[in-house]
Design a protein around this ligand. Structure first.
Ligand code: FAD
Length: 385
């Protein structure tokens, strides 16, 4: 039986483990964290990611967690509504092959599907990787050694597998900080799901209201030194940047203050590499091509990449390097497209000036006009979303 070692039990690692195990691979997932990560931020899964979810047999389980589309209320700094984009418009633009779920629900759906098929070892990491041509010898921090036919580095944007195998220098740091925190009912009690969004020069604050245990806040802002902002911690960093806002934001910041450990906070980096594999070792997901949250497509790409990797390995039964080359050739155009989309997205989330905010407002206002909706729908369909 062919054996794979996967580094990282995030969305990418679990999706890869699921696909390979179903194809008859004996699979070991090595995860540095002591336990699984639940909760987290809201994500859209669409396009090829939705196809992969269907192909992996996860559609019914994930549909149960789908929060659907939201009415968007764009607000002024003091929280007064500027205008409303109805959920029907988002629905028309995104199409019906879209899921909106919490990262934690996607993670637990994947974990439930894979836990009896693959071994997942928490609190461990890989200490050495030696590709001998026909196999790879993998040292694990629990003192064991594995002989594998394939090693998958699915250890995220700061991937140690990438640095060990390809060297440093592929991470392109962007001048932004991002944060997301789940909210309790005091902020989330609403009649129907909606998101209130403030977009100002250099910053966005969005509060998703979907009811008890299903609401969350999202913050991002432009900053010269994201590492310094990270050192301040989420309460100080987001408090200083968004403390002047009204509406739902003060409640969300108070919640963050009470539960700083629940927050996801990170700097924003893309990963740009000329090749994602060497011999029998391949990088997948954020480790290989992180598109960033500004693309809104990282998990979708992870699912797509994992599923297509399984298909390529099947086609090239026994010839792992040939499978990896074919897989990369097929996937790269989509990744390049999503990374470019993310760079455009940065301007929407953190417009450089008041003029850009005004232009963004104008565009959103225009697409809510009935005559333009059809054009948006067709444009989005053409863009493959
Ligand atoms: C705020 C936000 C919003 C987003 N919205 C969307 C969206 O709407 N749609 C979408 O498709 N995507 C979205 N994304 C992107 C998406 O979340 C990621 O691209 C996706 O989860 C893929 O992650 P990954 O598994 O590759 O990496 P990670 O989630 O970083 O997982 C890596 C795993 O590897 C483990 N690990 C790290 N180092 C080691 C090591 N040395 N040894 C062992 N284990 C290790 C980590 O503990 C972790 O469990 C969003 C991201 C953010 C931050």
């Amino acid at each position: 039986m062919k054996r794979a070692v996967i580094v990282g039990a995030g969305i990418t690692g679990l999706a890869t483990a699921l696909r390979l195990s179903r194809d008859g691979w004996q699979t070991l997932v090595v995860e540095r964290a002591v336990a699984r990560r639940s909760g987290g931020y809201l994500m859209n899964l669409l396009g090829s990611g939705y196809d992969a979810i269907e192909h992996l047999g996860l559609l019914d389980a994930l549909t149960a967690h789908d929060l659907g589309t939201f009415t968007t209320v764009l607000v002024h700094a003091d929280g007064r509504p500027k205008y409303t984009v109805p959920s029907a418009l988002a629905e028309a633009a995104l199409g019906d092959r879209t899921l909106t779920v919490f990262r934690g629900d996607l993670e637990s759906t994947l974990y439930d599907a894979v836990k009896d098929l693959a071994e997942v070892r928490f609190d461990t990491t890989v200490t050495s990787i030696e590709d001998t041509g026909d196999r790879v010898r993998v040292g694990i921090s629990d003192g064991t050694t594995e002989q594998a036919d394939l090693v998958v580095g699915a250890d995220g944007v700061h991937s140690a597998t990438r640095t060990a195998l390809f060297g440093p220098g592929f991470q392109v740091d962007l001048p932004y900080l991002v944060g997301a925190v789940p909210l309790d009912a005091s902020v989330g009690e609403v009649a129907e799901p909606r998101v209130t969004t403030f977009i100002g020069p250099g910053r966005t604050a969005a509060i998703f209201h979907a009811g008890r245990q299903q609401s969350s806040a999202f913050f991002t802002y432009r900053c010269a030194d994201p590492a310094a902002e990270l050192r301040r911690g989420p309460v100080a960093a987001f408090g200083a940047t968004f403390g002047d806002l009204g509406g739902d934001v003060p409640d969300a910041l108070r919640h963050l203050e009470r539960h700083p450990d629940e927050a996801y906070v990170d700097s924003v980096s893309q990963v740009v590499m000329p090749r994602w594999s060497t011999g029998r070792v391949v990088l997948l997901g954020d480790a290989a091509w992180c598109a960033t949250l500004f693309a809104g497509y990282g998990a979708a790409l992870a699912m797509t990449g994992a599923d297509q990797l399984g298909s390529a390995l099947r086609r090239h039964d026994g010839d792992v390097p040939a499978a990896l080359t074919e897989w990369e050739g097929g996937l790269r155009p989509e990744v390049v497209k999503r990374q470019a989309q993310a760079r455009r997205g940065m301007l929407q989330y953190a417009p450089p000036s008041r003029f850009h905010v005004w232009m963004g407002d104008l565009t959103i206002r225009a697409i809510t006009l009935p005559g333009i909706r059809g054009l948006v729908r067709r444009g989005v369909a053409r863009a493959g979303r």
